[in-house]
Design a protein around this ligand. Structure first.
Ligand code: ATP
Ligand code: MG
Length: 510
């Protein structure tokens, strides 16, 4: 007899429906899986066989053919264990199959028949809801992730026998429903890292505020121990909370990467990822024969912090250029190419030279100019051109070091950031793809970054003096727009552009 069960597979962070057809017929006992299964799907045969036996069912001693459709799509991972098990039970008439094709099944099975959680449930749940299926059946441990999707009936079970019980009488079961949204995240953010702890460095603090308000890329350059890492790690404490749509995107990516187990259901905080400088290209941008999101996608809608930027391998950093511009990364493979969102704010830090003390008023720099050149050569011009805020962080003065810090706390700064972001969102009402000033394109600049003639002259002088590229100039305009937003100013004034220009420090020191 033939049975068909629905399941799903992932391409990037999108899910596609997969049919699991099971035919049990006469012939020599055996089981084959066809339809581009990977090794984990092939191994399902053995797991399912033991799991069915250990759950009290008979494993048919006949010829079993399992076909996964569509045939040209690669199927990976252990999530097909449950649909295959149910297909075998239905095809061998051990469960009722009348309503089998109204649900979508996902889950790995253990040898004792219990269901184990899998990665990537959220995008599949979203797809199941769009497909209009009657419900999603999955391991109980994955429920929280699935009920993020509204309007989808979700049934979570502990083991195979419970799922079979459900199929025999679906109407007796109540789906789990979406819980009421939790309290506003803005109020429940209590990061241990607060800007209050930072002494002095008002220039760097201002740059952090601008980066948070407009989503601009930033680099801190300064001697060891001046507080670069300390400042950068406090950026999440002044970022606005994720909007629901943003949170859903972030959660999908983390779900596909299998990182949700520690993080509960919907990811509410903006991601802050700080990969070590030994990270490889695929770790940073994503990869693998079944492409997985890398650090740049895991920081989507949040922050990618590259501490000690010059220690990263140059070719690895070059991978960042395209995503920094486009907000997504495409990973091409022979069988399929996938696209992952990667719209992140880059925050970097570095010393100004190999010894770390170039231009330091206290400690003399021991590097030759050639050594300094080689040091900066690691960071290509095109990459630095994409960093809008280039900020020197100087060592604290002795009197600043010994005094208590008097700076504002993160909560206060965050309120201002939020007001500036709201102002930008009002402007972007007709452009739903834009979320912050850094994402504006040329046509948006034409509309929202108009300059009077005196300001234009100032900008022209800066372009000449700093040798700015067209991209560099556009970036100055975007930063100036954010500075105007922070000042609650509808139009861009000379002082906004002037401040934006002085953040192109590195164009001068190199
Ligand atoms: N502005 C500051 N206010 C208060 N403490 C500071 C400040 N700057 C540095 N410190 C103290 O010094 C420590 C080291 O700072 P941090 O690690 O941020 O320096 P860094 O600039 O990243 O140095 P490196 O170049 O060596 O990485 C901090 O953990 C903090 O205790
Ligand atoms: Mg540091």
């Amino acid at each position: 007899m033939l049975a068909r069960v629905w399941s799903a597979s992932l391409i990037g962070i999108e899910a596609v429906k997969v049919g699991v057809e099971v035919d049990v017929s006469g012939g020599l006992p055996g089981i084959v899986v066809v339809g581009l299964p990977d090794a984990a799907v092939q191994e399902a045969k053995e797991r399912v066989k033991a799991a069915l036996k250990n759950s009290g069912y008979t494993f048919p001693m006949r010829r079993i053919v399992i076909n996964l459709t569509p045939a040209d799509l690669r199927k990976e991972g252990p999530s097909f264990d449950l649909p295959i098990s149910m297909g075998i039970l239905a095809a061998s008439e051990q469960v009722r199959s009348q309503q089998l094709d109204e649900f979508l099944f996902l889950g790995e099975v253990s040898l004792d028949g219990s269901l184990r959680p899998i990665a990537g449930v959220l995008p599949i749940a979203a797809a199941a809801q769009k497909l209009g299926l009657k419900g999603l059946i999955l391991p109980a441990a994955n429920i929280n992730e699935a009920i993020v999707v509204e309007g989808l009936a979700v049934y979570g079970f502990q083991n195979l026998a419970e799922v079979a019980g459900f199929l025999n009488n679906p109407n007796r079961y109540q789906p789990v429903t979406t819980p009421a949204p939790s309290e506003d995240v803005a109020d429940c953010l209590n990061s241990a890292l607060d800007l209050r702890d930072v002494k002095g460095q008002s220039h760097a603090r201002r740059a952090l505020e601008i980066a948070a308000a407009g989503g601009h890329n930033l680099i801190f350059v300064g001697p060891p121990g001046s507080g670069k890492t300390m400042l950068a790690r406090r950026l999440p404490s002044i970022l606005p909370p994720l909007e629901f749509a943003e949170a859903l995107e972030v959660t999908k990516i983390h779900s596909v990467a299998g990182l949700l187990k520690e993080r509960g259901s919907l990811v509410r905080d903006r991601p802050f990822r700080s990969p070590h400088h030994s990270a490889s290209g695929p770790a940073l941008v994503g990869g693998g024969s079944f492409p997985r999101p890398g650090e740049i996608s895991l920081s989507h809608n949040g922050i990618l912090f590259l501490d000690e930027l010059t220690e990263f391998k140059r070719d690895v950093l070059e991978f960042l250029r395209q995503p920094l511009e486009d907000g997504y990364v495409t990973i091409a493979r022979t069988r399929q190419s996938v696209m992952f969102p990667a719209s992140f704010t880059l925050i970097a830090s570095t010393n100004p030279c190999p010894c770390g003390y170039f231009a330091d008023p206290v400690q003399p720099c021991t590097c030759s100019s050639r050594q300094r050149e080689q040091y900066w050569a690691k960071l290509s011009g095109p990459l630095m051109d994409r960093i809008d805020l280039q900020v020197m962080v100087n060592r604290l003065k002795p009197e600043e070091m010994t005094q208590q810090s008097t700076g504002e706390d993160s909560h206060t700064v965050r309120q201002r950031v939020k007001v500036a972001r709201d102002r930008a969102s009002d402007r972007f009402k007709a452009e739903p793809s834009l979320r912050c000033n850094a994402q504006m394109q040329s046509r948006h600049l034409k509309r929202w970054c108009q300059l009077d003639s005196a300001t234009r002259q100032l900008l022209e002088a800066a372009i000449r003096q700093l040798g700015l590229s067209a991209r560099g100039t556009d970036r100055i305009l975007k930063v100036a727009r954010t500075i105007a937003d922070l000042a609650n100013d509808q139009t861009m004034q000379t002082q906004h552009v002037a401040e934006a220009i002085q953040y192109r420090t590195l164009d001068r020191i190199q």
